[in-house]
Design a protein around this ligand. Structure first.
Ligand SMILES: Cc1cc2nc3c(=O)[nH]c(=O)nc-3n(C[C@H](O)[C@H](O)[C@H](O)COP(=O)(O)O)c2cc1C
Length: 210
């Protein structure tokens, strides 16, 4: 079987991390670069990626994570965030960055800029938040998959109090809101979840070939 499939079978939502084993600085940078390279709708990247590795703060996160200990046991806990808001000024800054990097004139991209602004203007505030969160889940998938190829364990987590995280981590002041959490590190040798049979529908149950 292809290596990537082996890796995806190897990974599991790790419940118990070995607190002694830390992700190296080099590997951490690879995970962050994988997050940065996540694709997003129009390329707008409405996100921020917070890495928490200060034990005192990780400990504060446990009670607001349904008491799930993995956030404090992990080597680092990633908090994948959306922007507080995405407005026209943000789109302008994105277009400016694109033009600078591709050696283009901002005027030449005014049509594209307007398409994005029109697209965003049709959303209610709630729908815009959902749209941003959708992008964050793409980043989550990328993080988990890349980590698996590096034999780094991870646990995607929605079981946490987003408002409490925002407060503890001072995210509002950074223009961010927590969407999903992902501790990373190395599985404890006694994590019984590591050997459970994977539960997935069979291929024919989920794939429609037309
Ligand atoms: C978006 C999302 C949120 C999840 N939230 C939690 C969580 O809060 N705590 C937890 O232990 N597992 C959580 N999981 C893990 C799932 O339960 C797990 O991925 C699923 O049962 C499949 O098992 P596997 O990942 O071990 O293959 C979450 C997974 C996803 C994708």
């Amino acid at each position: 079987m292809a290596q990537i499939i082996d890796d995806l079978n190897w990974r599991y939502a790790t419940k118990t991390f070995d607190p002694e084993k830390k992700v190296s600085k080099e590997d951490l940078e690879i995970l962050l670069e994988a997050l940065r390279l996540t694709p997003s709708s129009f390329g707008l990247q409405p996100w921020g990626f917070v890495v928490v590795e200060t034990q005192e703060i990780l400990d504060q996160l446990v009670p607001v994570s349904w008491n799930q200990q993995q956030v404090a046991q992990a080597s680092q806990t990633f908090v994948l965030c959306r922007k507080e808001s995405v407005d026209e000024a943000y789109v302008d800054s994105y277009i400016a960055d694109l033009c600078q990097k591709r050696g283009m004139k901002v005027e030449d991209m005014s049509g594209f800029s307007q398409v994005i602004k029109n697209f965003l203007s049709k959303y209610s505030e709630e729908s815009l938040i959902n749209w941003m969160s959708d992008q964050i889940y793409i980043a989550l998938g990328q993080l988990i998959t890349v980590a698996a190829t590096m034999k780094i364990d991870a646990c995607p987590m929605e079981g946490f109090d987003s408002d409490a995280y925002d407060k503890i981590l001072g995210l509002k002041e950074k223009g961010l809101r927590s969407v999903v959490v992902c501790p990373v590190g190395y599985r404890a040798s006694d994590d019984k979840y590591a050997t459970l049979t994977k539960i997935r529908w069979e291929l024919d149950d989920v794939v429609v070939r037309i």
